[in-house]
Design a binder for this molecule. Sequence first.
Ligand code: HEM
Ligand SMILES: Nc1ncnc2c1ncn2[C@@H]1O[C@H](COP(=O)(O)OP(=O)(O)OP(=O)(O)O)[C@@H](O)[C@H]1O
Ligand SMILES: [Mg+2]
Length: 423
Amino acid sequence: MLIRCFTRMGSFFAAYGGRYNADMSKRLLEEIQAYVGFTARDAMNAQSLADLVRPQIPQIAERFYQVLLRDPAAKAVFTGGEAQIARQHSLLCQWLAGLFEGVYDRSYFDARFRIGATHVRVGLPQRYMLLGMEIIWEELARIMREAALPDLEEKLDSIHKLLMLDLTIMLESYQESYSEAVRGAEREALEAQLMHAEHLAEIGQLAASLAHEIKNPLAGISGAIQILAEDMPENDPHRRIIHEVLRQIDRLDSTVKDLLLYARPSRPSIREVKLDSLVQRVLTLLREEPALRKVRVEFSARDGEASFLADEGQMEQLLINLILNAAHASDEGGVIQVSVRRQDGGTRLKVSDTGHGMKPDVLAKALEPFFTTKARGTGLGLAICRRIVEAHGGTIRLESKVAQGTTVSMDFPFIPPQNAKRD
Ligand code: HEM
Ligand SMILES: Nc1ncnc2c1ncn2[C@@H]1O[C@H](COP(=O)(O)OP(=O)(O)OP(=O)(O)O)[C@@H](O)[C@H]1O
Ligand SMILES: [Mg+2]
């Protein structure tokens, strides 16, 4: 009976979910009283039972523990052993006496709320509160029935309402403590996110200024070395060294370009991009890449869906990074699939491979700038992809299974054709 009534209270409290001050506890008490239907007459009825119940309080408390402690999990809540049980026993007796005093005001509410808070603190699972209250209800109802009271049904009803009132207030402490825990966890997550964002922004700025400092001297070195090389005879043995120096300068140069691309992304200039010519162009740009010799790159689109609106240069950069990653992860004979689909009004671009995949810890960090597992990687490839996708208002998602492969899915929102530039 008690429990059935209690479930009705659930929705009542769902609306509350908040912190309390003095005003709120008074208002809440009034609202619970109104909801349970607890009136001045019920208060009077409860008070009229005081003389009957008071002498039997120790017995009720005794019975309460007898039933409760049969359950090993309930017993385990009393980590302080017999001494704690004895303390709670006497506190329970006080609580029982308080039920029949006839005053159900704000301090009554606060005291009940504090009992609930103690239960939360000792880690008492909520369901034991229902069990506990059920035991109290059975005992009180038995005593009242045995006393052959006039107006028995009405008084039973009043006591039932009163127990509901107490149970509800005590359980309210749980909601308060859970909300506090959730708020705390959310706050921590947000702080961590902010620190992470600040850290990334700092790295980005540092990287951009460093890249600028490096760019010009690098161009100078490259130019000077090329002049030296021009003056060397065709068969000079040092030509090989010069060639190697230029190759390394090229690598440095492309790293610096990546850094700038990451730190200073440009606004996309939206045009119609055709998937087939995009992929062809990317493959041409990558034709010297050894990793691409061992794989096959396929692309697919449904009829009429092979073109989409985006910044062509940025899409090229995106596919270069993704196809290179996929090729690096693939063995001989691997297949890389590039596809576009209309999806919920927008466009989904996907690049999948059948390569070695990523372990969960790598997957979790792969999009972060400077995260790399490669000896010669900069760790900016995917971070740049993310920047590009986000600059288009889209989202990027990685899925990967070790030894099975990786899929990078990018969802771009619908862009109205009138926003696209025409050639
Ligand atoms: C109708 C249900 C219950 C009522 C009215 C009730 C009442 C109380 C009261 C009045 C206190 C003292 C609060 C304080 O000092 O702030 C208390 C504490 C406590 N209760 Fe309950 N209780 C109920 C159910 C239970 C159940 C079912 C368990 C265990 C299974 C339990 C375990 C405890 C424990 C461990 C303490 C802390 C005792 C201490 O170390 O001070 N209670 N309870
Ligand atoms: N398709 C893929 N399959 C398996 N692992 C991948 C794949 N794509 C990325 N990764 C993992 O994610 C890491 C980060 O990739 P990202 O492209 O950002 O940097 P990188 O490839 O290491 O260096 P670079 O800056 O030269 O691209 C890689 O080092 C690799 O471990
Ligand atoms: Mg990469």
